[in-house]
Design a protein around this ligand. Structure first.
Ligand code: NI
Length: 167
């Protein structure tokens, strides 16, 4: 799959809830996982590959040389607390990294591939990645969460590194 880059309108659209966990969705999730591993991302949201469905995948264990794919369908944050700042990047904004403030701890709800609703407490990098990917499903990118000054700096950086800037 091709990863859409900043400037592509689909990255700015709100994804629609998954209504049917069918073969097509499973196939797409499989392809998303291949794409995420190929580009060594920690996560990938469906918007990033042009699919406007509320689904994303994470693999936090990759950094320890293991693979443990996590799939979140129609994810929801039930409650959140604390604050954490971490340097984030995004496969749709290649080469750029910046510190973003997020909740430190989440209580979340989502469906798995079998259509079963599960709840889970997340913290640390998994909580950060979850929020980053949830944002994607709402058309939000991590650069939107930077201070006005940092946003200006980013725009300059992006213009230099990429010819098109439609944000
Ligand atoms: Ni991203």
């Amino acid at each position: 799959m091709e990863i859409l880059i900043l400037g592509h309108p689909v990255l700015r659209q709100k994804a629609k809830p998954v209504e049917d966990i069918n073969g097509e969705l499973k196939k797409n999730i499989e392809k998303m996982a291949e794409t995420m591993y190929k580009f060594k991302g920690l996560g990938l949201a469906a918007n990033q590959v042009g699919i406007l469905k509320r689904v994303f995948i994470l693999d936090i264990s990759q950094r320890e040389g293991k693979n443990k794919l996590e799939i979140y369908i129609n994810p929801e944050i039930v409650s959140a607390e604390g604050q954490i700042a971490y340097e984030e990047g995004c496969l749709s904004i290649p080469g750029y990294y910046a510190k973003v403030n997020r909740y430190a701890k989440l209580y979340i709800r989502a469906y798995d591939l079998n259509g079963k609703l599960f709840e889970r407490e997340l913290e640390g990098i998994r909580a950060i990645a979850f929020q980053h990917e949830c944002d994607h499903l709402d058309g939000i990118l991590f650069i939107d969460r930077l201070s006005p000054l940092k946003k200006q700096l980013f725009k300059r950086w992006w213009k230099k590194h990429h010819k098109k800037l439609s944000n």
